[in-house]
Design a protein around this ligand. Structure first.
Ligand code: DAT
Ligand code: MG
Length: 141
């Protein structure tokens, strides 16, 4: 099934000047980039995006981190995008991630782990819409 997933190159990825490196891996893995932008999230926007984690011990730190500097949301499309993107980025905790995955290669720890990926086709659609209007998504190319 053709699916959409939302990637976010997180503030640590931008600070480490790794955005090009990670985008190259995304393109080589066959994902089509429908939309991409650079934004600095407010705490409200970051908190809303991660609302499912509200109340968990890491939530406040996560919101703080995600609003600590610019990030790069990217709307992606591909056959089996959800599974394939999570395989490309690796486990949440880089210590547990498979060698060669983006988080294993570049992430410092579980909290600052370089990149977000949606966890289901439904959430892929919802999360893409959180950052992109329909007219910001370009099918061609
Ligand atoms: P993922 O981003 O792999 O989907 P998640 O949805 O469980 O992971 O959590 C969202 C983000 O929250 C994750 O990328 C980093 C942060 N996070 C999750 N669990 C954490 C923990 N135990 N300690 C610190 N940060 C954590
Ligand atoms: Mg998740």
């Amino acid at each position: 099934m053709i699916e959409r997933t939302l990637a976010i190159l997180k503030p640590d990825c931008v600070r480490k000047r790794l955005t090009g490196e990670v985008i190259a891996r995304i393109e080589k893995a066959g994902f089509k980039i429908l939309g991409m932008k650079k934004v600095k999230l407010t705490k409200e926007t970051a908190g809303g995006f991660y609302a499912v984690h509200k109340g968990k011990p890491f939530y406040d730190g996560l919101v703080e981190f995600m609003s600590s500097g610019p990030c790069v949301p990217i709307a992606l499309e591909k056959e089996n995008a959800i599974t394939d993107f999570r395989a490309l980025i690796g486990a949440t905790d880089p210590k547990e991630a498979v060698p060669g995955t983006v988080r294993k290669l570049f992430a410092d720890n579980k909290g600052e782990n370089i990149v977000h990926g949606s966890d289901s086709p439904e959430n892929g659609k919802i999360e893409v819409a959180y950052f992109f209007s329909d007219r910001e998504l370009v099918e061609l190319g």
